[in-house]
Design a protein around this ligand. Structure first.
Ligand SMILES: CC(C)NC(=O)[C@H](Cc1c[nH]c2ccccc12)NC(=O)[C@H](CCCC/N=C(/NCCC(=O)O)S[C@H]1O[C@H](COP(=O)(O)OP(=O)(O)OC[C@H]2O[C@@H](n3cnc4c(N)ncnc43)[C@H](O)[C@@H]2O)[C@@H](O)[C@H]1O)NC(=O)OCc1ccccc1
Length: 225
């Protein structure tokens, strides 16, 4: 196969595994203010509020199982080793639980990060603001996720893949958060075929040449197989 398949995934992929999305009416942002729980300023203002938010999501995601869409994407990676790049905005570990491998551009709930020295380690189930960093002992433990206003992870690696992809697909993402929402334009400019698989049309639907509308567990397996 000439040229990779790059697949961007969002919260809609994990919705049928019982993990709330962000923007649906009963979504995460309906219950929490972004500026309070997903910005460095919010963390500086009230770290225990932020830890409560991520501790609850860590517990919820620990109890969740991958669905047929995660499994189909893991199968596709097995079919074409090294040719299928999953780039996820999700901080859950369901791609990996399904046997897949994903580039976590917004971090992961399973990781802890020291805001003082940058040391990383595996997150305990429950994180507390006073938890000391195992490297520098500073009480500056934060979830290893990318907040609004922060630079996403692995951007150079992702940019490389987008320059050399034959097919770019986006699954279960509303196309409202950048730079992820702009990847389809970069891939199309590099000559990629583009397909959107989503429950409904999104902010960036017009940037895609093809569309598969429906639930991820219903549209992803037939698209893969
Ligand atoms: C709100 C938005 C306007 N703001 C931004 O985009 C900002 C600012 C900004 C930057 N550039 C811009 C340009 C224009 C405007 C604004 C900006 N971006 C940033 O701050 C980013 C950092 C953003 C990351 C923030 N962290 C998250 N998450 C981690 C934490 C956490 O998870 O708690 S974002 C978080 O929200 C986003 C949620 O979006 P989705 O995953 O799409 O979920 P959503 O609920 O919205 O949609 C779900 C979709 O699924 C569908 N669906 C539902 N069920 C199903 C189903 N069953 N099957 C299929 N589909 C389904 C629904 O219909 C829906 O369409 C995800 O990215 C998720 O990770 N940083 C940055 O830009 O740094 C500089 C830079 C840029 C480039 C290079 C270098 C430096």
């Amino acid at each position: 196969m000439t040229g990779k398949i790059v697949i961007l995934t969002g919260a809609g992929l994990s919705a049928e595994s019982g993990l709330g999305t962000f923007r649906d009416e009963d979504g995460l942002w309906a219950k929490h203010k972004i500026e309070d729980v997903a910005t460095p300023e919010g963390f500086a203002r009230n770290p225990s509020l932020v830890h409560d938010f991520y501790n609850a999501r860590r517990r919820q995601s620990a109890g969740a199982a991958p669905n047929a869409a995660h499994e189909a994407l893991a199968r596709l990676q097995q079919y074409w080793p090294g040719e299928v790049i999953l780039v996820t905005q999700n901080v859950d570990g369901l791609h990996e639980s399904a046997g897949g491998e994903a580039v976590h551009m917004h971090g992961t709930l399973a990781g802890a990060l020291c805001a003082a020295c940058g040391h990383r380690w595996t997150a305990p189930e429950t994180m507390l603001p006073e938890d000391p960093c195992p490297a520098c002992a500073a009480p500056a433990t934060r979830p290893d996720v990318v907040w609004f206003g922060e630079i996403p992870y692995h951007m150079d690696e992702i940019a490389e893949h987008l320059q050399d992809c034959a097919i770019f697909a986006a699954i279960g993402t509303s196309g409202q958060v950048y730079p992820a929402a702009g990847f389809v334009v970069e891939a199309a400019l590099a000559g990629a075929e583009t397909v959107e698989l989503n429950l409904e049309r999104t902010e960036v639907s017009r940037a895609f040449t093809r569309h598969c509308m429906g639930k991820a567990t219903e549209v992803v397996p037939p698209w893969v197989d």
